[in-house]
Ligand binder design. Structure first.
Ligand code: PLP
Ligand code: COI
Length: 341
């Protein structure tokens, strides 16, 4: 199969229309068979529940070309399971998890010409999503839904790729206790837009959100979990019921403990501790592991000892191991890699 003529190495994290997308409709209590289509447009009622009450959720995962030329994706079953959890919390019908994985496989296969080549620095981002599509005016869930999957080739989420970024502690809250922070609801991102625009305007790449109840504990950023490394080499990730259970973070913790033999801790992390860490990174599908060099708290700078030039050594080891597994350079734990073709 011939690849599209795309300058892969200059891609940022943006949308590019690819050839095919998957669509399945839910009506009268059942999902239809679903199809791949060329049509990238969505036509819905002006009163669709998604437009009035933001009844929408999504997932994000990637397809990679391995060194030996296969196309694979990483742990799509976990994205399927997380979307089920999200749907239950948003009163949306679950799209069966085996069908979710198959829809991802079919969509990637149909867009194989857009999967960036091995070593190009780019990947194919896969975006499954669902929304309430019929007219709803009283506050209640929709009766009809659409589940779709599109793909788009992407480069690094943060400009500069692996260069450390500067973030700030924000006064805005991302998620309330007992709210929706632990699921991938569109509404979590809508409410973060003002905070991210404001952060960008002030020269910061992202926001560090603290817990809404006490503002003493580290939660996450708008689109990634935190990962810290202590001065004695322990990998620490924040635990909270209001952050998204990142598949990348869970995978990295496994890699750190079981492949690299490191000590790991998944626990509450107080903001006061951050100044004592040796390294900090943001982890997620889009972010992979993006190193953080500086955290600004209302004018007070916390400069991580790993500096602003490159990733710290532990972050780098984790990054190399994770991407090594994803790109087929290293053996993956059982069930982590789904071969597409
Ligand atoms: N946290 C938030 C708020 C996110 O949007 C994402 C992205 O999906 C993540 C964390 C990272 O999760 P994952 O590693 O499953 O992509
Ligand atoms: C992802 O990493 O897949 C996400 O959904 C993060 C998003 C903010 C781009």
């Amino acid at each position: 199969m011939e690849k599209k003529d795309i300058d892969w190495s200059s891609l940022g994290f943006g949308y590019m229309k690819t050839d095919k997308r998957y669509v399945s409709n839910y009506k009268d209590g059942a999902w239809d068979n679903g199809v791949l289509t060329d049509d990238d447009q969505v036509t819905i009622s002006e009163c669709a529940c998604v437009l009035q009450y933001a009844q929408t959720c999504f997932e994000g995962l990637k397809a990679y070309t391995t060194e030996d030329g296969k196309i694979v994706c990483f742990r799509p079953d976990l994205n399927a399971a997380r979307m089920s959890d999200t749907c239950k919390r948003l009163e949306m019908p679950v799209f069966p998890e085996d069908r979710f994985v198959q829809a991802v496989v079919d969509t990637v296969k149909a867009n194989a010409a857009y999967v960036p080549p091995f070593g190009s620095g780019a990947t194919l981002y896969i975006r499954p999503y669902m929304f309430g599509s019929d007219a709803i005016i009283g506050v209640k869930p929709a009766n009809e839904y659409q589940f779709r999957v599109f793909t788009t080739p992407v480069g690094p989420y943060f400009k500069g790729g692996a260069k450390p970024i500067t973030i700030r502690v924000t006064d805005f809250d991302r998620a309330a206790p007992h709210g929706t922070g632990h699921i991938k609801a569109g509404l979590n991102y809508a409410m973060s837009l003002h905070a991210i625009v404001d952060a960008h305007n002030q020269g910061y790449a992202e926001n560090m959100y603290l817990d809404a109840a006490t503002r003493t504990k580290v939660e996450e950023t708008g689109g990634a979990n935190f990962l810290f490394v202590t001065k004695d080499g322990t990998v620490v990730t924040p635990k909270s019921d209001s952050i998204l259970p990142s598949i990348t973070r869970r995978s990295l913790m496994y890699v750190a403990e079981h492949i690299l033999g490191m000590k790991v801790e998944h626990r509450e992390v107080y903001f006061d501790e951050v100044k004592d860490f040796a390294e900090c990174g943001l982890c997620g599908t889009a972010a992979v592991i993006s190193p953080v060099g500086k955290i600004v708290d209302h004018g007070k700078e916390i400069c991580l000892p790993s500096g602003m030039d490159e990733m710290g050594p532990v972050t780098k080891k984790l990054y190399d191991t994770l991407t090594g597994i994803q790109m087929g350079r290293m053996e993956a734990p059982e069930g982590w890699i789904k071969v597409i073709e």
